[in-house]
Design a protein around this ligand. Structure first.
Ligand SMILES: [Fe+2]
Length: 507
C-alpha cells in the first residue's frame, strides 16, 4: 500500500494509545488513585526553534481547586536524559488544564515529555522543536480538519499517529456543537452546546477518543479554529441564530478552546477575544502563516431571512458580494499577512480554514456561490493574491479544510480568464470524519470550475505533505470505512508542486 508517510511500528502506536500508567509506588495508596487523572491524554503544540507548549487537563470529579502538576522533558524515550522539568498549578477555574512552556531547547530535535499529578503519571508524549533558522531541513506534516464525532471514527488519526511526521496542521472544527441525530455512528453527549460547562464537556468527549489522543501524543500540533468550535457559520460577534448573548457564548467557547489546546498561557482569552493567528518558521525552508477567518470577518451578506450565517446566492442577486471594503480576515490581520509573506523563503504556506478557489455551482457567466467561504469575500481574496503576485512571493501553497472534500486547485487573480497566470497552489484537505456533499454535485460543479483539478467529497481522511527544497508532495490519505475505528487508510491520489512554478500537478 502506501509508503508515505513512513509507517512506524505497531509498538509505537500502542505506546501512544496506552493512556495513563500508574506509577507502582502510588498504587497501594488511597482510592483516589483509581480515578484516572490523565484520561483526556496529553498534547504539545506551537513548535518553535527553542520552545514548545505541553498540555494536559486533569480529570476526576473530586479534584481540589488547585493541583500541582509536575512535567518532565527528556532527550530519550526512557527519560534517562531529562533536560527540563517544572511545576504548574492546574486551577478549577481553567478546568484543571495545564499549559507548560519549556524553553531554551535545541532547535530541530525530538523530545519526550510526561506529566505527574495526584500520584499518577501521564502517558509519554513525543514532540519536537522547529529547525534552526538557517537549517535546510525537510518538513513532513499532516493537514487535517473537521472531526465530527457522530459521523465517524478516527482511523485517520490512528494512521497519523503511526506515521513519521513533524507535526499536525489542524485547520478547524475540532468539535461540533450540535446534538446528535437519532441515527449516528456514535453519539454526542448532551444538547446544543452554548455554555462554558457544555463546551468543556464536548471537548472532554472528543478527547476521550484513543486514536485522537495517540495523534496528539505522537507529535506537536499547529492549530487554528473554524466555526464549529463556537457556532455554525458565526461571523465576528454574530451567531447563526442572531442569538442576543452571542458575545458571552463566544467568550465561553474561546475559553474552552484555550483550555483544551496546546497554546501558551499568554493566549488565554480575555472575554470574547483570543488572538490565534501567527507565523511559524521551519528553518530556511518554509514559513507557515496561520490565519483566523472567523473572529474578525465582516458578516455574511444576503443571508436567509431572519438569520445570520451562510447562504447560496446568485451573484446578480447580491451585489454586496463585490464590496471591496468587506474582509474575511479583518483589516488588521489582512495587513499582518501582507507583511508576513517572506520572499526569502522557498515556501510560504498559508494555513486557513476553507476553500479559497472560486467555486460556482452554475455557469461562471452567472455565478452562484456560497457566501460563507472566500467566494463571499471575493475582493478580499483578490487583494490577497494580488499581494502575492506583486511582491513575487514564491512557493505559496494555500492549505484549508471546512468543506469536507479534497480539492486541489490553481489560484488566480481572475478565475474566469483561462489564460490568467496561476499565482498560487491550493490543497484543501478533506475531513477526518465529517460527511461531505454528494459527489454528483461536486462532479457537476467541477465542469464550471476548470481551475479545480481534483474534487472528491466522498473521501474522509487527511493530507500527508512532504516539503523539500524544490518540491511539495501531497498524498491524499483516505479512510476505507469511516464507521470502523480500525479501518485501513490508503492513498487516493498524489500531487506535486514545484516551488518555482505555482499549480499542483498529478504525481
Ligand atoms: Fe466542518
Amino acid at each position: 500500500m502506501d509508503d508515505e508517510p513512513l509507517a512506524l511500528s505497531r509498538r509505537r502506536w500502542l505506546a501512544y494509545a496506552g493512556g495513563a500508567a500508574l506509577a507502582p509506588a502510588f498504587v497501594r495508596h488511597a482510592r483516589a488513585a483509581d480515578v484516572p487523572r490523565f484520561a483526556l491524554g496529553i498534547a504539545s503544540g506551537q513548535p518553535r526553534e527553542r520552545s514548545v507548549v505541553l498540555w494536559s487537563r486533569l480529570t476526576g470529579a473530586d479534584l481540589p481547586p488547585q493541583v500541582a502538576v509536575r512535567w518532565e522533558l527528556a532527550r530519550d524515550e526512557g527519560f534517562t536524559d531529562i533536560v527540563a522539568r517544572g511545576e504548574e498549578t492546574a486551577l478549577a477555574d481553567d478546568a484543571h488544564s495545564v499549559h507548560a512552556e519549556p524553553s531554551g531547547l535545541e532547535p530541530g530535535r525530538v523530545y519526550w515529555y510526561r506529566f505527574e499529578a495526584l500520584g499518577q503519571r501521564s502517558a509519554n508524549g513525543r514532540t519536537r522543536t522547529a529547525p534552526a533558522a538557517d537549517a535546510n531541513a525537510d518538513l513532513r506534516f499532516a493537514l487535517a480538519s473537521c472531526q465530527r464525532w457522530d459521523h465517524g471514527h478516527y482511523a485517520a488519526w490512528r494512521h497519523v499517529a503511526g506515521s513519521e511526521l513533524d507535526f499536525v496542521l489542524f485547520v478547524g472544527d475540532y468539535i461540533y456543537e450540535y446534538p446528535s441525530p437519532p441515527l449516528a455512528v456514535r453519539y454526542h453527549d448532551g444538547a446544543l452546546v452554548r455554555t462554558l460547562e457544555q463546551y468543556r464537556a464536548r471537548y472532554a468527549q472528543y478527547k476521550s477518543d484513543p486514536a485522537l489522543q495517540a495523534a496528539h501524543a505522537a507529535m506537536p500540533w499547529l492549530l487554528v479554529w473554524d466555526d464549529h468550535e463556537v457556532d455554525n457559520d458565526y461571523a465576528n460577534l454574530q451567531g447563526q441564530s442572531l442569538q442576543p448573548d452571542f458575545r458571552e457564548q463566544r467568550a465561553a467557547a474561546y475559553r474552552a478552546y484555550w483550555e483544551h489546546m496546546p497554546f501558551p498561557k499568554a493566549l488565554r482569552p480575555r472575554g470574547p477575544d483570543m488572538r490565534i493567528y501567527g507565523r511559524y518558521d521551519w528553518g530556511a525552508l518554509a514559513c507557515i502563516h496561520a490565519v483566523d477567518d472567523r473572529q474578525y470577518r465582516d458578516v455574511q451578506v444576503c443571508p436567509k431571512p431572519g438569520r445570520g450565517g451562510s447562504n447560496v446566492v446568485n451573484l446578480s442577486d447580491c451585489p454586496q458580494l463585490l464590496d471591496p471594503k468587506r474582509t474575511l480576515l479583518g483589516a488588521a490581520q489582512e495587513r499582518w499577512l501582507a507583511d508576513s509573506w517572506d520572499p526569502q523563503r522557498r515556501w510560504n504556506l498559508l494555513a486557513q480554514q476553507t476553500l479559497m478557489a472560486r467555486f460556482t455551482y452554475t455557469d461562471p457567466e452567472q455565478p452562484r456561490v456560497w457566501t460563507d467561504g472566500w467566494d463571499g469575500y471575493a475582493p478580499a481574496r483578490q487583494r490577497l493574491l494580488q499581494t502575492v503576485l506583486d511582491r513575487r512571493i514564491g512557493g505559496v501553497v494555500v492549505l484549508g479544510g471546512d468543506v469536507h472534500a479534497n480539492y486541489v486547485a490553481d489560484l488566480k487573480i481572475d478565475f474566469d480568464d483561462r489564460r490568467a497566470p496561476v499565482v498560487a497552489s491550493e490543497i484543501c484537505g478533506t475531513s477526518i470524519a465529517s460527511r461531505g456533499a454528494p459527489q454528483e454535485r461536486v462532479d457537476e460543479a467541477l465542469r464550471h470550475n476548470p481551475h479545480i483539478r481534483y474534487g472528491r467529497s466522498d473521501q474522509r481522511g487527511y493530507v500527508a505533505c512532504r516539503l523539500g527544497g524544490d518540491t511539495l508532495h501531497a498524498s491524499l490519505m483516505v479512510v476505507d470505512k469511516p464507521e470502523d475505528p480500525a479501518s485501513a487508510v490508503g492513498v487516493a491520489a498524489r500531487f506535486v508542486v514545484d516551488a518555482r512554478r505555482p499549480g499542483a500537478m498529478p504525481a
